[in-house]
Design a protein around this ligand. Structure first.
Ligand code: GLU
Length: 285
């Protein structure tokens, strides 16, 4: 079996213990499968991505013992691929431009109703204000959304995916009702950006021939969007492994702003790579 995986941090901050665990998990799963581990820099957000974070991320990963072939793919260089994917979805009639700000969306969404989810893997579930618009009315600065109801029809029989992580292990089939109510019309391009995260990840994973996506459990819900997009773009659906999350003492998932748990800081304080492994519950190497 071919096994190609990747670790794809966004260079918008220092890598923390959660990244260390994710990168080491992917790297060691690839090694165990005699496969390939790639590094990718998900730097599509040009405002928040900084070259110094990229340099630091590579140093930290190397220090942890992670190795990858060069060159490292830069997501920001994939813009022509993203445009081609957007054109393909637009040709299927599945996209519309959206000028709503976050405040517009909150206002249009109104008061929450009991039992109706308000947020999904793409944030606030979009209330559909701009859904009547066609791509011909696209204006500079608009976002672009996937019309989920149309996408479900275009998809035909909904695709399946395999998950090997402990929490959601098994074969999953996308469900139309679930996509409509808990995901909705996700953004595939954001204001001022060539494409949005969900589309970028699908297109770049395909460009890198990724067969196994290994990442944190917090992204399991987003996987349904990725599987749907891959299916609509007629790309192979990879196998998924969503691993446990590294949490702080209060049980909260670590975020980039948790600099107190940055690998760089532990290194400065004299920690060894083995210490980091122990902190995230990995056996010594
Ligand atoms: N670039 C994404 C992040 O930093 C991870 C890529 C993925 O979704 O697998 O959260």
């Amino acid at each position: 079996m071919i096994f190609r995986t990747r670790f794809a941090p966004s260079p918008t901050g220092l890598l923390h213990l959660g990244h260390a665990f994710s990168a080491l998990t992917a790297y060691e799963m690839a090694r165990a499968a005699h496969g390939t581990f790639l590094l990718r820099m998900d730097d599509i957000d040009r405002v928040r991505s900084k070259p110094e974070y990229e340099v630091q991320a590579k140093q930290d990963l190397h220090w942890l013992g992670v190795r990858w072939p060069e060159p490292v793919m830069q997501q920001s260089r994939s813009e022509p691929r993203f445009r081609a994917a957007l054109d393909e979805l637009a040709a299927l009639g599945l996209l519309y431009p959206c000028s709503c700000s976050r405040a517009d969306i909150d206002a249009a969404a109104g008061a929450p109703q009991e039992g109706v989810p308000t947020h999904g893997p793409d944030g606030r579930i979009y209330p559909g204000t701009c859904r009547h618009r066609s791509m011909e009315s696209y204006l500079e600065g608009d976002a672009v959304r996937l019309d989920m109801a149309k996408a479900i029809v275009a998809a035909g029989p909904l695709p399946q995916f395999t998950e090997t992580g402990a929490a959601f292990e098994g074969r999953h089939t996308l469900q139309a009702e679930d996509l409509l109510t808990t995901v909705g019309d996700v953004a595939v391009a954001r204001r001022g950006m060539a494409a949005a995260y969900h589309l970028c990840v699908v297109v770049d994973d395909h460009a890198q021939d990724i067969t196994h996506v290994i990442r944190g459990e917090d992204l399991f819900d987003a996987t349904r969007i990725h599987v749907l997009l891959a299916h609509l773009l007629r790309l192979p659906v990879p196998e998924y492994h969503h691993h446990r999350l590294i949490r702080d003492a209060a049980g909260k998932r670590l975020a980039k702003r948790d600099d107190a748990r940055a690998i760089r800081l532990f290194r400065d304080q004299g920690a060894t790579p083995e210490d980091i492994r122990a902190m995230v519950g990995l056996p010594s190497s």
